[in-house]
Design a protein around this ligand. Structure first.
Ligand code: SAM
Length: 199
């Protein structure tokens, strides 16, 4: 049976995300991807960035099966088999990374997951390593679009602990873990790329 899953949004956002990643993922990097989902991003990025290793992870077994099925089909040498990683569990199964990538998890998990993500990224990132986030965010307590506001309501209806977060609050938690906000990039469809840096 083919375990490959498909998330249509990945086809729309992968090119703009790749352009940002090109600036923050150095040649020869070991990349840890959190919440890799279907694995389509992992295959796409690992094939196009000059990385030594792209390690996809997800706590969900069906997602890991999908990641591994896409990996087998792609034949991308730098792409590692998926690992189980729940950000709220300690320790993480990966101890060192030059970059951590986390796309579309922060709003689809409890706030505790964001807090754990920041602590975990600060633990595993090498000096000057980058944490890259992508997703929708509120700015200074307000939604940036009507569509994000409707999306936020739909998320909270599914799970009251989910929701589009304030970027300022996310930044406060990252800085509390010792990471520094380096760049904010406005992306298509009212999303942001956010890059934090390990000192
Ligand atoms: C909307 S999907 C995003 C998947 C993929 N990054 C993408 O953009 O298509 C959210 C992902 O977050 C993962 N996730 C939820 N809670 C998590 C946690 N505590 N630790 C790590 N991943 C988590 C889910 O398993 C799911 O794969």
């Amino acid at each position: 049976m083919d375990a490959r899953r498909s998330a249509p949004a990945t086809l729309r956002n992968r090119e703009p995300i790749l352009e940002v990643l090109r600036r923050f993922v150095p040649s020869g990097a070991r990349v840890l991807e959190i919440a890799a989902g279907s694995g389509e991003h992992a295959c796409f990025f690992a094939a196009r960035l000059p990385v030594a290793e792209w390690q996809p992870t997800d706590p969900d077994p069906d997602s890991r099966a999908s990641i591994d099925a896409w990996r087998t089909q792609s034949g991308v040498a730098a792409l590692r088999p998926a690992l189980a990683l729940d950000v709220t569990a300690d320790p993480w199964p990966v101890a060192h990374a030059d970059a951590v990538v986390c796309i579309n998890m922060i709003h689809i998990s409890p706030w505790a997951a964001t807090q754990s993500l920041m602590r975990g990224a600060a633990r595993v990132l090498e000096p000057r390593g980058a944490l890259f986030l992508y997703g929708p965010y509120r700015r200074f307590g307000a939604h940036t679009s009507a569509s994000n506001e409707a999306f936020d309501a739909s998320l909270r209806a599914r799970d009251p602990l989910w929701g589009v977060r304030d970027l300022e609050e996310v930044t406060r938690v990252a800085e509390g873990a010792g990471l520094m906000l380096e760049e904010l990039v406005a992306m298509p469809a009212n999303n942001f790329s956010v890059v934090f840096r390990q000192p």
